[in-house]
Design a protein around this ligand. Sequence first.
Ligand code: G6Q
Length: 555
Amino acid sequence: MSAIRPATARTSLPEWRAVIDHTRTLAPQHLRDLFAEDPSRADRFSFEACGLFVDHAKQRITAETLVRLLALAEACGLESRIDAMFSGARINTTEHRAVLHVALRAPAGERIMLDGRDVVPDVHEVLGRMGAFAERVRGGAWTGHTGRRIRTVVNIGIGGSDLGPVMANDALKSYATPDLAFRFVSNVDGSDFVEATAGLDPAETLFIVASKTFTTLETLANARSARDWLVGALGTEAAVAKHFVAVSTAAAEVSAFGIDTANMFGFWDWVGGRYSMDSAIGLATMLAVGPERFGELLAGFHAMDVHFREAPLERNLPVLQGLVDVWNTTFLGSGSIAVLPYDHALRRFAAYLQQLAMESNGKRVTLDGATIDGYDTCPVYWGEPGTNGQHSFYQLIHQGTRTIPCEFIGFARSRRPLGRHHDLLMANVFAQAEALAFGRSADEVRAEMAAKGGVDESLVPHKVFPGNRPSTTILAEELTPHALGALVAYHEHAVFTQGVIWNVNSFDQWGVELGKVLATRIVPELEAAAEPPLSGHDPSTAGLIRRYRTLRGRG
Ligand code: G6Q
């Protein structure tokens, strides 16, 4: 049987057709009309749970939109899919794995069974070891090979073994111990390692090698360079034991690399890389904020897990976010989502969410392998923190030809209060979302010009803002560890919801695997002393390899 079959399952659902029909009735309505028609709109489309207040009122939706999207979610079996995930079913079908990141934040005593075994005690055993280790490093009891205490922690990892800790360590910097500095090395480009280790004293440096598989080219290359850097400076291989720890699921590979598995913190194949920042992969975060604050982070995740599992779909925050995303992408045709946190500590949040969403749902076949034809799946996620983005790409969001749904994130209180700065920051969030929704009409532009002394008709079209540009605003009290956990779990489950509607496997990443294999094949061709046969490549790639070799004097 051919592997390529058209996917009709979703598009032939009556509930799918009902959403499409609904887009036609809604299309002519501007957000201005929707607000004018329904004075209770702000309340109707605002939802709250786990410390997050989510306002979808500026989305191009009506009560009927949600009714139809929720009916679609039911028709797609969302509730049973949620149950399947929480109960340890192997929903990552292409890798035959359960998807149990929710177990990483389950409180001790809760039971989550996988193949007849409760995994929660295993999670807490690792958390306990991480906590004891973190306390020793933070308190100075764990010393380097020469007896000096650790001053800098360098996390070596990439993708899911980097983006989460990078984002979380920035987000929670105001909670971090001043006794430790943190650096992150991910890129195989040597500049990353050289710059991250510049000025560091090897005798006071601890490396965390974070890799689920412990086979990733970039991470192993950086880990080897780190070992050479350390051993070169301290003069003995014996130093590795006090300056390297590993976070991995692969004990044999860790051991083969030369790290004692007593200094390894494990996790499990049921944790996907991009869902792992709250596993041992979060060791750098725990070292920064301490085990107690890390526990608060986990509690925030867990609170959102409970909400996602138990709240009815129509009041379920991640479900509604996922459905709004699907509505904008699949039914209204938006190709991207701008992620706009108005908190400098969340400066890497867009990069984090980019991987979470795009690696999970950037798929073009359904769960049963049929080719998706007739609807779009994951949009492009991108963004920068506000207000900086306002002085760069917001022009396109306000006045460009495309509609780009925005996700604004803000907090009532700053972790770094400074004069009026926070009010100025937050005034911008509210103003931007308002301007995007309501715009500025030609008449308003003329009135404004007249008030300033004269109307220049040639400028009017340039100054008009069409409005009707959708956004969601997420507001929380303060960026605490708990709030961060809730915010991340919110997005994990929103991405899950999207994946269920799009009928894709949100938990594999064959596109990433391909990259891992392809480069490995070319490395020897670049390094060979004699001209290698390049017949296995297309002429363009072979030409580039040849030119590279010539430029490097290997021609
Ligand atoms: C995440 C992906 C990918 C992965 C990296 C690093 O979901 O699978 O980003 O995290 O490729 O993999 P290792 O942790 O195995 O080094």
